[in-house]
Design a protein. Structure first.
Length: 185
């Protein structure tokens, strides 16, 4: 009986520790907000699929500017705003992606498009290894006059456990060119 009590207390402690681990992160998915600076409609020429030339980024913009799906750089994973994505990983683990609040901002006068992607929680188990944390990526740049090229700068603000970053390392900044590969429907 004494052994049973010790084992059950250990199990309870593991469960509570696991719950506390997740409490640092919001497990509630956010939404996607679209802002056009002058109050006009989101431009039709931006509707469709845009793919980056590196880092795996891709976006599908719907009429009205909402993101239908985004492929984020972390794991080249397709995320739907407002929906948690969970699937098994190699090695018997599990991956969980919880999107936060996203924004699409367009400034017609300068043709500047900004996409602000917040991931409230990312957890990837691969065998006996665990990777978890949260991140924010701000992708901003100018769309060409012909509406086919979006030259952007990606500023990434990761907060991953065990990932050695200091204030001098963040944000990670890279230049990415997005090409419109599919027209909107």
């Amino acid at each position: 009986m004494k052994r049973f009590l010790i084992l059950s207390n250990c199990a309870l402690l593991l469960v509570l520790t696991s719950c506390r681990e997740h409490s640092r992160y919001s497990m509630k998915p956010g939404s996607c907000e679209v802002i056009v600076e002058d109050g006009s409609e989101f431009p039709e020429f931006l509707v469709g699929k845009w793919e980056a030339d590196k880092e795996g980024w891709a976006f599908i913009f719907e009429p009205g500017g909402n993101i239908y799906v985004a492929r984020i750089a972390m794991g080249r994973t397709e995320i739907v705003p407002g929906k948690v994505k969970t699937w098994p990983t190699r090695g018997g683990g599990q991956a969980v992606y919880v999107p936060g609040d996203w924004q699409v901002i367009y400034l017609p006068a300068s043709r500047e498009l900004t996409v602000d992607i917040v991931m409230n929680y990312i957890r990837v188990e691969m065998g006996d290894q665990l990777f978890q944390g949260k991140t924010r990526d701000i992708i901003t740049g100018t769309v060409s006059e012909d509406g086919k090229l979006w030259r952007a700068v990606v500023s990434s603000f990761p907060e991953y456990e065990g990932f050695p970053t200091g204030p001098e390392d963040v944000p990670f900044i890279s230049e990415v060119n997005f090409t419109k590969v599919e027209e909107g429907k």
